[in-house]
Design a protein around this ligand. Structure first.
Ligand SMILES: [Zn+2]
Length: 335
């Protein structure tokens, strides 16, 4: 029984991703929902198959059709304008749609009062102005370092810059090229090394075998900041549309470096729904033991889009029979 006089606050955490979406709703005392949603990855291929099919059809000798060349809305504008209009690739549109309709699905079953979305793994604004102030200061200066750390890992493509993955060590460290004291925590002083190489480097320095980064095949200063190169347009659009769709409740964003930090502190496994649990921010809530796995599938499989239909030109029915032995596709079965 929910007591009416105590307002129930339910926070929904969303781990936005291009392949997997983690969703977790929790009150202050317990986690109420944990979902792992897999997005479709087949869209770019389907679109290019369609393009091929259309081009082939136009080149075939077919009945006369008046030329249609002014029916391409996007090509009439240049790219800058189409960006302003908010045109996104169909695969990106799908991903945003999936986020929005799964969030709406949660809102149908739970009275969500706040939505927190992780929009990026690090905060570009903070990289430019690394001054610690306000809340940051209370959280300790390490939080700022976690932000830079995520950035450096991302910049180096999550790959050891010495062996480039040849040593197959999955644990990555962020190494200070110059010592922390003299070089500081700026991204240009940091480089990604796997733990094996990192230990090797320090052992060799200690033994006097090598003098500095040059002897270890490392650049002396890493590449400087590349603006917005990794920032997906997807995340920003998602946040915008989410705010538009939910004007009555609070929609805020957070960064991956903060949640990763929390997840490791709590000793949770690296799963999207666990990230979402940390994003929601109710860290005293009792986590659920299981998550619900959802997978987005193509809803149409039109024969018209297929290249080779059966011999004798007999078209098969457009779709597979809905019911097979009393079951339809993706039924949940208790056995
Ligand atoms: Zn390595």
């Amino acid at each position: 029984m929910i007591q009416q006089d105590i307002p129930l606050t339910v926070t929904l955490g969303v781990d936005a991703g291009s392949k997997h979406i983690g969703l977790s709703a929790s009150s202050e005392t317990k986690e109420l929902l944990a979902w792992d949603v897999e997005c479709r990855t087949d869209i770019p291929e389907l679109i290019s198959t369609r393009k091929e099919a259309r081009q082939a059809r136009r080149h075939r000798k077919t009945r006369y059709r008046a030329p249609r060349f002014k029916n391409r809305a996007r090509s009439q504008q240049n790219q800058v304008q189409s960006k302003q209009k908010g045109w996104l690739a169909p695969s990106v549109e799908h991903k945003i749609d999936t986020h929005l309709n799964r969030i709406a699905a949660v809102q149908k079953i739970l009275p969500v009062t706040k939505i927190v979305v992780e929009t990026a793994s690090f905060d570009t604004q903070k990289l430019k102005n690394p001054d610690i102030s306000g809340i940051e200061y209370q959280q300790g200066e390490q939080t700022g370092f976690w932000n830079v750390r995520e950035y450096v890992l991302c910049r180096d493509n999550h790959e050891c810059q010495h062996c480039h993955g040849k040593k197959k060590d999955p644990i990555l460290n962020v190494h200070h090229t110059e010592s922390r004291k003299t070089g500081g925590n700026s991204p240009s002083n940091l480089i990604t090394l796997c733990e094996t190489c990192h230990k090797e480097y320090h052992a060799k320095i200690k033994a006097g075998e090598i003098q500095g980064p040059k002897d270890f095949k490392l650049p002396e200063r890493a590449e400087s900041y590349r603006d917005a190169a990794f920032m997906g347009i997807m995340h920003n659009t998602l946040l915008e549309r989410l705010k538009k769709a939910n004007t009555k409740i609070e929609v805020v964003n957070t960064y991956g470096y903060l949640t990763k930090n929390k997840r490791i502190e709590l000793g949770l496994a690296k799963e999207h729904y666990n990230d979402a649990y940390c994003i929601a921010g109710n860290l005293n809530a009792k986590p659920l033991e299981q998550c619900l796995y959802l997978k987005k599938i193509r809803r149409h499989n039109r024969q018209i889009h297929k290249f080779n239909f059966s011999k004798g030109h007999v078209r098969k029915s457009n779709q597979a029979p809905h019911l097979v032995d009393g079951f339809c596709l993706f039924d949940k079965v208790l056995y």
